[in-house]
Design a protein around this ligand. Structure first.
Ligand SMILES: Nc1ncnc2c1ncn2[C@@H]1O[C@H](COP(=O)(O)OP(=O)(O)OP(=O)(O)O)[C@@H](O)[C@H]1O
Ligand SMILES: [Mg+2]
Length: 302
């Protein structure tokens, strides 16, 4: 798990952030930024760079590696520090609180702010990147795709999708976005996977999810990672979250992904509440979602 760097931020000085963002710049060109190039990227003197590298290395915000040359790269902690610094400057957040969820592809935290917010750091690309790197010898890396880029793209895609869907679809309200991080409303509810519904509620709740999927389709998207882990449920209804992999409805795999989403969510209800949902015609459901005619799942009982 990536360490929460929020408490380090207060100790960091402007020049530390110049160094970190200099490395971020340099990492657009190579995985490891040569020591000799750091002053130019960070606009700091060479002596200042040495001093700042020490401070940031101690805090785990960057890593050093000697290949043909001494090179540096940001760690995820360093990248988190840059995003948090930006959010703090924009008054998006005052502090970071307890973890709300840790996935293999993200870390989500509670945020101290003027209203209940959640902060999601995307981690896509990191493990893949590490593995690829271990397997191959170091080569000139004109074709490298940095984890910074992969994680930032995922956050951008998720934020854009939230912006287009909110508030028509029940999704967390998007608040701010920077680098690989997004800030959104915190949803005070439990994941569907952890909720225990009265069996009589199973079909109505499934229908609420299918309704949100219908509205999502009408707004031009398919979630594409629909599951009991990405839906919150409470007495007010359902909220669908975790959108980085959503595809537009004109995407070549959109129909396939829609059917898979329906099978996932229907399958979950059938397993967890046997008999409460019945056998459903998923192709028929998909057709009703695509044609914006979904009302209830009843007519699709086999
Ligand atoms: N807006 C939010 N409010 C409250 N808790 C949230 C919010 N967004 C996410 N969480 C919590 O964080 C956990 C992880 O979030 P999310 O599903 O978005 O990422 P993920 O599952 O790691 O992503 P992936 O499915 O790509 O691995 C959720 O299961 C949920 O408990
Ligand atoms: Mg998830």
């Amino acid at each position: 798990m990536v360490r929460n760097v929020a408490s380090d931020i207060a100790e960091l000085e402007d020049e530390d952030f110049y160094l970190l963002s200099g490395l971020e710049q340099g990492m657009r060109f190579s995985e490891w930024v040569a020591r000799g190039k750091v002053p130019e990227f960070s606009r700091l003197t060479s002596e200042e760079v040495d001093y700042r590298i020490d401070r940031c290395e101690t805090r785990g915000l960057l890593e050093r590696k000697t290949i043909q040359y001494v090179g540096y790269q940001l760690t995820f902690e360093g990248y988190d520090a840059l995003a948090l610094h930006t959010f703090a400057e924009r008054d998006t957040l005052e502090g970071v609180g307890a973890p709300l969820g840790v996935g293999k592809e993200s870390d989500v935290y509670e945020v101290r702010s003027y209203r209940p917010l959640a902060l999601k750091f995307h981690r896509e690309g990191y493990t893949e990147f590490r593995e690829v790197n271990r397997e191959r010898e170091y080569t000139a890396d004109h074709d490298h795709v940095s984890w910074l880029y992969t994680a930032r793209k995922a956050a951008e895609r998720e934020y854009e999708t939230l912006e287009s869907l909110y508030p028509t679809v029940s999704v967390p309200r998007p608040i701010d976005h920077n680098r690989h991080a997004i800030v959104m409303d915190r949803i005070d509810a439990v994941e569907l996977a952890r909720s225990k519904l009265d069996p009589a509620q199973a079909r109505p709740v499934l229908d609420l999810v299918l309704e949100e999927m219908t509205t999502t389709y009408r707004e031009g998207y398919v979630h594409a990672d629909m599951s009991e882990y990405n839906v919150f449920v409470d007495t007010d209804g359902v909220t669908v979250f975790d959108w980085p992999q959503a595809v537009p409805t004109d995407h070549e795999n959109a129909d396939e992904l829609l059917v898979r989403d329906i099978e996932n969510i229907v399958g979950y209800f059938q397993r967890k509440y046997p008999g409460a949902v019945g056998d459903l015609d998923t192709d028929g459901l998909a057709e009703s979602i695509r044609t914006d005619s979904f009302d209830t799942s009843k007519p699709f009982l086999d």
